[in-house]
Design a protein around this ligand. Structure first.
Ligand code: G1P
Length: 289
C-alpha cells in the first residue's frame, strides 16, 4: 500500500452515452433506465457502489438524461399515496438518495469516456474514486466493487476490473499488457484501447469497474483523442503506469453487458433464475422450449 493511501468514498457514473445499440428502446429513455426484472440498470450499479462503502455518487449526465437524477429523488406523491393505503415503502426507499449523496455534472458533448470522467474532476478533487459503467451489470456476492475495494486496501494505486475476452473481441475493450500475477491480481504493464485481435497484447480485457487515483484527472486535462476519435480513459490510465501501482483484478462475479441485446436478455434470465419468486416459472418455461 502507498503512503498516500486514502479510503475510497466517491464513485463516478458516466451516464451521458446515447445508447445507440439499443434503439429504438433508448430513443426517449436513458439506457441506464432499462429495467432488469424490477429495477433499472443504474440502481444495480448504485447498490453495488453503496455496498462497497461509497458515500458520494457522481452522475455525469447529458441532455435527455434528467430522469436518472429524478429517479433517485423523493417521490412525494407516490410515498404519501402508498403511506395512506398502508403499502410498504421499501421499494421506493431503495431508490432514494440521501440528502447530498448524489451530485450530477453534465458532459455537454459526447467526446468519450475519458472526457466524461474528466467532467467530474471538481467533485472528485484530490481523492481516489471509483468509476462504474452501469451497462456492465455485475452479478456477484459480495459485489464486484466491494471485491475490488478489498484488493485496493491491500495494494492501493489504480485497479481495473478485468476478465479474459475472446480473441476476436479485443477490439471492443481496453486490453492489458500483463505483468506478474498473484492470486486474482495481475500487475498492469501497459494498456491499449480496442486493439485489433492480431495486435492485442493479451486477451485480458478491462470491464466497466475502475478504482483510480485523482492524478488521472491531470493527465486527462491534456489527453488527445485516441481510438474512435474519442478521449479515452484507457490512454490516460496508461500514462500512470510506472508512476503509481497499477493492477488488474479478476472478481468472482458474472458480467452481463446490458448495452448489447443478447447480454441484456441473458442478464434478465440469469437474475430471474436467482430469485425464489420467479425461478420456478422461468425454469419451467425454459425446459419446455
Ligand atoms: C469502455 C472502455 C473500454 C472498456 C469497456 C468495458 O468501452 O473504453 O476500455 O473495456 O468500456 O465495458 P465502451 O464499451 O464504452 O466502448
Amino acid at each position: 500500500m502507498t503512503d498516500s493511501f486514502k479510503p475510497l468514498r466517491k464513485a463516478v457514473f458516466p451516464v451521458a452515452g446515447l445508447g445507440t445499440r439499443l434503439l429504438p428502446a433508448t430513443k426517449t429513455m436513458p439506457k441506464e433506465m432499462l429495467t432488469v426484472i424490477d429495477r433499472p440498470l443504474i440502481q444495480y450499479a448504485v447498490d453495488e457502489a453503496r455496498e462497497a462503502g461509497i458515500e458520494q455518487l457522481v452522475f455525469v449526465t447529458g441532455r435527455g438524461k434528467s430522469s436518472l437524477v429524478d429517479y433517485f429523488d423523493v417521490s412525494f406523491e407516490l410515498e404519501s399515496t402508498m403511506r395512506k393505503k398502508g403499502k410498504s415503502l421499501e421499494a421506493l426507499e431503495l431508490s432514494r438518495a440521501d440528502f447530498g449523496e448524489l451530485i450530477s455534472v453534465r458532459q455537454q458533448q459526447p467526446l468519450g469516456l475519458g472526457h466524461a470522467v474528466w467532467c467530474a474532476r471538481h467533485v472528485v478533487g484530490d481523492e481516489p474514486f471509483a468509476v462504474l459503467l452501469p451497462d456492465d451489470l455485475m452479478a456477484g456476492t459480495p459485489g464486484a466493487l466491494a471485491q475490488m475495494v478489498e484488493a485496493y486496501n491491500r495494494v492501493g494505486g489504480n485497479i481495473v476490473c478485468a476478465e479474459e475476452v475472446a480473441r476476436e473481441k479485443t477490439g471492443s475493450y481496453g486490453i492489458v499488457t500483463p505483468g506478474a500475477t498473484n492470486g486474482n491480481l495481475t500487475e498492469v504493464r501497459g494498456m491499449v484501447e480496442k486493439p485489433a485481435p492480431d495486435v492485442a497484447p493479451s486477451r485480458l480485457g478491462v470491464i466497466g469497474r475502475y478504482i483510480l487515483q485523482p492524478e488521472v484527472m491531470s493527465v486527462l486535462d491534456q489527453q488527445e483523442p485516441g481510438a474512435g476519435g474519442e478521449i479515452q480513459l484507457t490512454d490516460a490510465m496508461a500514462k500512470l503506469i510506472g508512476q503509481q501501482p497499477f493492477h488488474a483484478v479478476k472478481v468472482d462475479a458474472v458480467r452481463h453487458d446490458c448495452g448489447d441485446k443478447t447480454g441484456y436478455v441473458l442478464a434478465t434470465l440469469a437474475l430471474a433464475l436467482e430469485r425464489d419468486d420467479l425461478a420456478p416459472t422461468v425454469r419451467e418455461f425454459l425446459a419446455s422450449r
